[in-house]
Design a protein around this ligand. Structure first.
Ligand SMILES: [Zn+2]
Length: 170
């Protein structure tokens, strides 16, 4: 023994050999960037050892607009844009969520503290191209002329706004 027992953080790490959730951390090391930790673990059920790489903190980069202003990354905003482009398209919520996760992973993997809004737009287009061609064309044709996803969202909303019904017979 002798190694200090460190409480596992975040979701339980299952043993890859027997799926046991109770594991003992026997060593912890941060990577150079400080965004992941490598943990050596021992399974309390089968006693096998394994290594996990855990994300310390999800730090999404700030989004830089064309006018230079910065905004926090907003998952809901991104989701709303995707949903809008995919409106009435045969794409499941699960696939949309998976697309958002891939976008977030890429943003995180970039390691940047700030990313231009165009970068997010490109990632969205890449995902839409995979998900649904119609939604992709919708997004690409509108988005390319817009400053950011938010503007795109407003533009689409304008287009989709139901026309006010004309009163009959007057
Ligand atoms: Zn085990």
């Amino acid at each position: 023994m002798g190694t200090p027992w460190l409480a596992p953080q975040g979701p339980a790490m299952k043993c890859p050999f027997c799926s046991e959730e109770n594991t003992q951390v026997i060593d912890t090391r941060e990577n150079e960037e400080g965004d992941t930790v490598r943990r050596r673990r021992r399974c309390l059920a089968c006693d096998k050892r394994f290594t996990t790489y855990e994300r310390v903190e999800l730090r999404m980069p700030l989004i830089v607009k064309k006018n230079g202003s910065r905004a926090d990354y907003d998952r809901e905003k991104l989701q709303a844009s995707l949903m809008l482009a995919l409106r009435k398209r045969p794409v499941t919520t699960e696939s949309i969520d998976a697309a958002i996760e891939r976008i977030e992973e890429r943003l995180l993997a970039s390691g940047e503290r700030e990313v231009p809004t165009e970068k997010v737009g490109e990632l969205v287009m890449r995902e839409l191209r995979r998900l649904d061609k119609i939604a992709y064309v919708r997004f690409a044709s509108v988005y390319r002329n817009f400053e950011d996803v938010e503007e795109f969202r407003e533009a689409i909303r304008e287009v989709k706004k139901p026309r006010t019904r004309r009163p009959r017979g007057t």
